[in-house]
Design a protein. Sequence first.
Length: 619
Amino acid sequence: MGDPTGDVNSNLLIRSSTGDSELDAAVWQWLQWDKNAKTRGQIETLLQDGRNKELRDRLCSRMSFGTAGLRSAMGAGFSRINDLTVIQTTQGMFHYLERSFPDLKSRGLVVGYDTRGQASSNCSSQRLAALAAAAFLSRGVQVYLFSRYVPTPFVPYAVQKLRAAAGVMITASHNRKEDNGYKVYWENGAQIASPYDKEILKCVEQQPEPWAESWNVSLVDSSPLMSDPLLVIMESYMEDLRTVCFHRELNQKTRLKFVHTSFHGVGHDYVQSAFRVFGFNPPIPVPEQKDPDPNFSSVKCPNPEEGECVLELSLRLAEKEGARVVLATDPDADRLAVAELQDSGRWKVFTGNELAALLGWWMFFCWDKSGSTSGVQDVYMLATAVSSSVLRAVASKEGFQYEETLPGFKWIGNRVKNLLDQKKTVLFAFEESIGFMCGTAVLDKDGVSAAVVVAEMATYLDSMGLNMEQQLIRIYETYGYHISKTSYFLCYDPLTIKRIFERLRNYSGPKQYPQVCGAFGVLHVRDVTMGYDSSQQNKRCLLPVSKNSQMITFTFQNGCVATMRTSGTEPKIKYYAEMCGVPGQGDRSYLEGELKKVIQVLVEEFLEPSKNGLIWRAV
């Protein structure tokens, strides 16, 4: 295998056998294949120290594709993100793409990366991207590797513009600083879903040994097959942004000021450019968070979805500068959080569902005023099944189409592409976790375009004497109040998570779901994991079965809809609950009260946090 340390590794393994033949084989394989001295050293140390449980956790399982690709902690092991697992996954991709695309070599692969990981750790996103590129270059495939960090949306955008066979983005988005990830896009510009994800991993398992050339990152500088798409994609993306800009002259005149934070990630330069395209003065950056910092040193966690507690620097700067709107893109700039200063002096931080209600209204309003020749019956908006159904109410009244998908933008992106191929018009799509698609230039959530679209919407509303919260109330009064609450519990034990959901499936007997929760009767149950839906005549779920994750939805007799599911990227059990009012009616305080009561008993009776050792996190 060409590893000069092979004899040393053999002696080490003989002296330090774990007594477990499966684990010994995994350790042997790792020490033979890993050419990164730091991660190989981690395994050697664990072996010498007799830490067999940790060795097994790291080496005897492999990452699988979740709602956002592969994500895990950076470090040694087949279950973690590191040089070897990135090379193996990329080689698996090559084998599968080679079967799928006869013209793979000429069509090529797009590779991008964020700013995670210290360069000194030999595990930075930039290095991992270079390794992914090297694997394809070594097999004679054209590679478009961005020369600097880019927002995640740039990779799917580039895949479509360059007609590449696929794309890879090295990112863990808003995860903790210790994590990294590997996100894959197909030729259509959408994230891969089944069966592509399973087939790629099957190829990895069939041929896991790394090619010698895959370690040769110098190919990135020397291969004639390597090119940098940054300038052409940046120019094209910004030009395409104009398709969702409707009031440039108004933007140029506005007195509104905006503050933007990029949360120590990639977003600053790109949001600044987007604002110029729309005719705005650039937003005021938060200086402590403007430049990339893989340690995310000024926030307790790099996720703007956490709300006011992580937006502190942005809000204080906005108050100092007289800015009324704060825009926060997450570290890879595919999500957007928004806060608005009210006349009372308080800050309103919009939830993902609230912001989606505003953006959905805005995109339809602008389409309606544009004089489009396509009929409203061919216009679509989409949301994930755990997001607010507010756009369903808007669609019902305005005549356009509304669809829901499984959680994750891979489902939205692929469905949108299908609709576009049918010559339909898709205006907007969203997931409640502050992910928004405004237009269809990118078939994924995009914080850069969402940020500037929100700025234009706020500018228009300001010219009409309104702010965004006032407009949100108008939307609810017109289409019915949709009061939602989302939060989560941390749970680091997969067996506990499995036990919680299996209990719900066998609540009062085998294959019997709960019929009541506290004082609230259960009207319907939808279990996407098992493909069951009691509301359907044949009891089959309309959404695709998703056996790799847990997800059960309860519809209560009082109209509340609540979903519990596991996160595809973090050790969380999330819950989503919503009460929907009738247009022109509905007591908001009553809906809020009912929602609070349902959530309380849902958590106590279905999740049993104390018994199961769950750690609650408010959102």
